[in-house]
Design a protein. Sequence first.
Length: 257
Amino acid sequence: MKVGKAKADNRATWIRVAVLASAVGALEIACRVGWVPATMVIAPSAMVKALIETLQSDDIGAHLQQTLSAVAIAMGLSIVGGFLIGFVLHWVPFLRRAFNPFLAAYYAIPHFAFYPLLIVIFGLGPAPLIVLATLFAMVAMIVATMAGLDRVPRVLLKTARMHRLSLLEEIWRIRLPAAAPHLLSGVKLAVAYSFIGVIAGEFILSTSGIGHEIAYAYDNFDNPRMYALILFVLAIVTCFNMAVYAYERRLARRRGA
């Protein structure tokens, strides 16, 4: 049965790769034969070439450093803070009942409306972007943490009591490994939301960063640079999510063994 599941997972992976390759190939052909004008979308091969040229330019380093450092800080704060808050809410029921309505309606709030207020509080620079991205990403980690801890099988908890594990041993050996799939899903969402928060904030008011460069290229009809930077962001997020997915599959194989 495990062999059959592994084959099904591999088949699904190859199907996803085939669909993605087909979409990229179709876009390449459509751009090359002129079905899609270059003023709208450029060919994927042209995006890759433009990305290489952009990364080799002298002016892009500072923009990349600002955006990636802000994303890294926001990602760390949202993952660690979201896990701790979700853990506390799971263990303290009355706090969870109090905060559940806010968590349920949180993403209905337009977060970018608070960006001018954050500028007043923190001033210009990366600080308001980091706060905005952290607020945007943290709730996803909180919800994932609570969902994972809620779904720990009761039989595992009974087994921990039978073996007389302490509370810390139960958390470390039973609850966290059992909740790992949900926690990793929260990590992936936190990473995506951190990028969205920082780059979208740079679109609005920042004078530097990848988001500002994408917006500037768009305003000046510089499609090669715009799509090159978009491809760069997609590549980073995809590589990170693939690394988390590979770790998740490794944990699943160890659990199965």
